[in-house]
Design a protein around this ligand. Structure first.
Ligand SMILES: [Fe+2]
Length: 207
């Protein structure tokens, strides 16, 4: 699965790529956009699948509202998605990527969903946070998983170009940096029957 966020529509090729039926299990269906975007936009924010060993799983994608473009309430949308999973596949292993700017909003969603979902992992800031833990109800949580990309940069962009913009306020084209690539990830262990997490580990692989 690939989850996304506010850059999902940057290249228009993605519209057609994601225009697949809801019951498809093809590649276009396995890339998600935030579920709380406007109705009738292409794509889906929830996928339900089955692993080779028979374990049912679901992946959800939401976007925060604080300091970001407006979208529907991610808290109530999460309730709605969990209802749908309970009625459809009944999967217990459920992962949520919440793509959000504000740490408070992502932490709040973690507590809101604790005990009802396997993991709530934040993205968007590109900066990995050191707060990974399993909440009391058995939901693994981390405010932000962090960026996979060049760390000699300003969140992935060539440092000189960003500094110029901060120093002058002049517009300019941003380009991806290349130096010091790292991969950030978070590994979660969970009970396949209950879906509750028992382990969460922050990972940063260097060059
Ligand atoms: Fe983002």
């Amino acid at each position: 699965m690939i989850t996304t966020g506010n850059h999902i529509w940057d290249k228009k090729d993605i519209f057609e790529y994601m225009a697949v039926p809801a019951d498809s299990h093809g590649r276009g269906r396995r890339i998600l956009r935030p579920a709380n975007y406007a109705v009738n936009t292409p794509g889906f924010g929830l996928y339900e699948g089955v692993l080779n060993d028979g374990t049912k799983y679901a992946v959800m994608n939401l976007q925060g509202r604080v300091f970001m473009n407006s979208c529907d309430d991610p808290f109530r949308k999460a309730d709605e998605l969990l209802d749908r999973v309970a009625k459809n596949s009944g999967a217990k292993v459920i992962l949520l990527d919440v793509h959000g700017e504000a740490t408070s909003e992502k932490v709040a969603l973690g507590w809101y969903l604790d005990g009802r979902i396997t993991a709530v992992l934040g993205t968007h800031t590109h900066i990995p946070t050191a707060d990974e833990r399993v909440l009391p109800g058995g939901t693994a949580f981390q405010t932000d998983v962090g960026m996979s990309g060049p760390y000699d940069s300003v969140i992935g962009v060539e440092t000189e170009l960003v500094l110029k913009k901060f120093l002058t306020g002049m517009p300019g084209k941003f380009e991806a940096a290349r130096g010091n690539p790292k991969m950030c990830a978070t590994l979660i262990g969970c009970d396949a029957v209950t879906g509750r997490a028992h382990h969460v580990q922050r990972i940063m692989l260097g060059e």
